[in-house]
Design a protein around this ligand. Structure first.
Ligand code: XIL
Length: 336
């Protein structure tokens, strides 16, 4: 058995991460994490609702156990995330009578949250996704019409970065989003990042989630996105990589409704080619890419088994359900 893992093959390029929960930190999965990865992200345990489900009551224990596992094993931690419209507890947005709070109150709550969370892991979390998914899915609109936006306008984005920077001036701060290689999203994300840079907002980089599929992105779309964002002087991290064997469009199945969800040789070949292409591109841009993180460990359990449709098995990762490297793994590590 080769003692080397992904992190060793990529040591001259960028760190290689994986999204984890507490359940993954023991047994076979823990061994796989230690062998293959040198960065972890909490899949859910550092999100707003997990950290502060009730105002002023912080839940540290699960997040702490992820950070201490990482530190003990010489693994870096990416923080995910400080401000998002999903998995944000509803108390943030209303007062005791259920009335929507003012912008001042909401920003104050955001500041206390960020102070507490970033402050607790100061020095131990090297990069944070500060704001997640603020751009609208509708290509005719710019920012998403979330509670954050309704109450604060664009300022919540700026303030979140300022609060995070004040809480840990050494942490690298990222804006994170998905579908960032699609032209209509790319232009709007570029516009947002450019305006943050022009305003002097303390942003270090952009997190491209990379929830991809065997159908997208194309090499040209990927290269164009990397060049465009990095032209602003920003670093790039691929924060949530997986390559679905289904089209991304919601509620669509790749095969007919009655066909089994098998990982066929044809799907496997397409996935191998996509993994090879994206890592070939990543290596060419090692000066701007500082991390690539997979969203889940293996095909035994991936969030895509239940998203966007439940009850459909997906096979998006480099390790199979028995934790063995898939053919795509060799495509990723065999390079000169
Ligand atoms: C997902 C988790 O993987 C799921 O377990 C959870 O139910 C929902 O969130 N974009 C993100 C991640 O930024 O936080 C999401 O993670 C996947 C999409």
């Amino acid at each position: 058995d080769d003692p080397r893992g992904l992190k060793d093959f990529y040591k001259d390029y960028f760190s290689i991460g994986v999204a984890v929960g507490k359940r993954n930190l023991a047994g076979e999965e823990a061994m796989l994490i230690k062998k293959q990865f040198n960065s972890v992200t909490a899949e859910n345990d550092m999100k707003m609702e997990m950290m502060q489900p009730v105002e002023g009551r912080f839940n540290w224990s699960t997040a702490d156990s992820i950070v201490s596992f990482a530190m003990k094993n010489n693994i870096k931690v990416r923080g995910h995330n400080l401000c998002w419209h999903e998995q944000a507890p509803s108390w943030f947005f209303v007062d005791k009578d259920g009335k929507q709070v003012s912008k001042e109150v909401l920003l104050q709550r955001l500041k206390s949250h960020i102070d507490a969370v970033v402050g607790r892991y100061k020095g131990n979390i090297y990069a944070w996704d500060v704001v997640n998914e603020a751009i609208d899915d509708d290509s005719t609109k710019y920012l998403r019409d979330s509670k954050w936006y309704q109450i604060c306008g664009e300022d919540f984005i700026i303030k979140a970065f300022e609060y995070a920077h004040a809480a840990d001036p050494d942490a690298k701060l990222y804006y994170n989003d998905y579908n960032t290689e699609r032209p209509e999203k790319r232009e709007r994300l570029y516009k947002l990042l450019k305006s943050l840079k022009e305003k002097g907002v303390p942003i270090d980089g952009v997190g491209l989630q990379a929830h991809w599929s065997i159908y997208e992105p194309t090499e040209n779309e990927l290269v164009t996105a990397i060049e465009k964002y990095s032209s602003l002087g920003l670093k790039i991290q691929f924060t949530e990589l997986d390559i679905s064997v289904y089209p991304w469009e919601k509620f669509k199945r790749a095969r007919g409704a009655n066909e089994p969800d098998e990982f066929t040789p044809a799907l496997e070949a397409q996935q191998m080619a996509k993994y090879k292409m994206v890592f070939d591109v990543f290596r060419r841009y090692k000066n701007v890419i500082t991390n690539v993180t997979f969203w889940n460990i293996s095909d035994r359990r991936t969030w895509l088994d239940s998203y966007p449709v439940a009850g459909r098995k997906n096979y998006p990762l480099l390790f199979d359900a028995q934790f063995k490297p898939k053919k795509a793994y060799w495509e990723v590590i065999n390079f000169k």
